[in-house]
Design a protein around this ligand. Structure first.
Ligand code: PMP
Length: 440
């Protein structure tokens, strides 16, 4: 039964049993209406209630300020790799287009609209070549993928890999080097700064997590009037600790680790990056610049304007995420995410504690300063294939499942997302102890 199995997979991942039991009923007969939640219109009153309640609970948990929109998107974390590039580059172009248009009209009052436009385009081409930079902090395989997608969409030369953590660690991920080694695009008076700075808060495959918000990004004011454009992928540590949302331009997270089932992706976007503050540039201007308009399903402004209902939103999936959020609100009454943060920390400490106790048997992969609380990556007996197989077989026999590391890096990975109970962690710790002692 569910109570006997302890699953440590990296995502999809366990969800609270109470939510799933309720979900099973909601799928068949929602609120006793004789219809399931996946069967009703995404524009019905019930669907609207789900949307509203989910936003309310998320706002409570993360203390989301009023100048942010919560968007529910559908193409996963990977979809957001593309969406952030296309939306924020469009915003970058549009702000410059408006400013350049105004300036040219002032300088040359007699020009026709057509003449102004051709001057604007010429100037924008120049600005793009000189000033368009997207900064990426590459600390693991997901930020690497995101940076590669940016390069694929707009061209290598506009992507500044401000940090490739492998360069500082024997060509492997596992460290976040000191911030004074990062090569961020210069910002400040007279310098345009990057269109955005991107990082992945928790690298699921490599077990590397930023311990806190990077200091050098506090002053990353770039081109934004009201704060830095920092983009963070929080897919695998979303709602596991407190976050100061005001520091970010965009936060995104796929649901399928800490909050729900695949099919919903949450994006929290500062309104100053969206219409009406920044409209979409005319498509022909983007094309002149060698850029494409944002595909409509990835367009943040369209999602915001339509309350995430531009096209069919999977309301059942959203409802699950909403119930998980509501449960966090209720479980940690008054404490908010500080409550979950405490537990996440305690679980990680217990697992790392057991691993560190037997250095002859276990080796934690990432550096101590950046160990993830969510994905705990380690090797058994220096990565000996037989011993690692034995370790996994012994774990399976105790119904401790999903401990195999990502295929790209091998080894072990214990994911300790929000719904992995402390009891499950204690059982894993007992097994880590048992296996180490038996092998010594
Ligand atoms: N970012 C991170 C940190 C992830 O862990 C993952 C998936 N495991 C992704 C992005 C990609 O998400 P998706 O599979 O939803 O596209």
């Amino acid at each position: 039964s569910r109570e006997d199995v302890h699953y440590f997979g990296a995502g999809p991942a366990p969800l609270p049993s109470v939510v799933l039991t309720e979900a099973a009923e909601a799928l068949v007969n929602y609120k006793g209406k004789g219809l399931g939640l996946a069967e009703i219109s995404h524009r019905s009153g019930d669907a609207n209630d789900v949307l509203r309640e989910t936003k309310e609970n998320l706002t409570t948990l993360l203390n989301i300020p009023d100048n942010y929109e919560i968007l529910f998107m559908q193409s996963g974390g990977t979809g957001e790799f593309s969406a952030v590039v296309q939306n924020l580059v469009s915003a970058w172009v549009e702000k410059r287009r408006k400013a350049t248009d105004e300036q040219i009209r002032k300088e040359h009052p007699g020009l026709s609209d057509k003449e102004v436009e051709s001057k604007v385009i010429a100037s924008l081409k120049e600005q793009k070549e000189k000033e368009l930079k997207l900064d990426y902090l590459v600390t693991g395989s997901w930020s690497l993928k995101a940076s590669q997608e940016a390069a694929r969409l707009i061209g290598d030369k506009y992507v500044n890999v401000a940090l490739d953590a492998r360069a500082h660690n024997d060509k492997k991920f596992g460290k976040i080097p000191a911030e004074d080694t990062w090569k961020l695009t210069p910002t400040g008076k007279g310098k345009p700064g990057p269109a955005f700075v991107y990082f992945c808060d928790n690298e699921t495959v490599d077990g590397v997590e930023f311990p806190s918000f990077p200091k050098s990004l506090e002053s990353q004011t770039g081109d934004e009037a009201d704060g830095p454009v920092v983009v963070a992928d929080m897919s695998s540590n979303f709602l596991s600790r407190r976050v100061d949302v005001a520091k970010y331009g965009v936060i995104f997270a796929g649901a399928q680790k800490n909050v729900g089932v695949a099919g919903i992706t949450i994006a929290i976007v500062r309104k100053s990056l969206l219409a009406p503050a920044v409209a979409s540039p005319p498509p022909h201007i983007l094309r002149e610049l060698g850029l494409a308009p944002v595909p409509i399903v990835l367009d943040y402004s369209t999602a915001a304007k339509n309350n995430s209902l531009y096209n069919t939103l999977p309301i059942f999936n959203l409802w699950i995420a909403g119930r998980v959020m509501k449960k966090l609100v209720d479980d940690y009454k008054g404490k908010g995410l500080a409550g979950q943060e405490e537990i996440s920390h305690r679980k990680a400490e217990a697992i790392y504690g057991a691993l560190d106790k037997y250095p002859n048997v276990y080796r934690v992969v990432p550096d101590k300063s950046v160990r993830s609380r969510m994905n705990i990556c380690f090797r058994v007996n220096g990565g000996d294939a037989e011993r690692e197989k034995e370790f996994l077989a012994g774990a399976e026999a105790r119904l401790l499942q999903g401990l195999k590391g990502h295929r790209s890096v091998g080894g072990m990975r214990a994911s300790s997302y929000n719904a992995v109970s402390e009891d499950a962690v204690h059982k894993l710790v007992a097994y880590l102890e048992h296996f180490a002692q038996a092998g010594q």
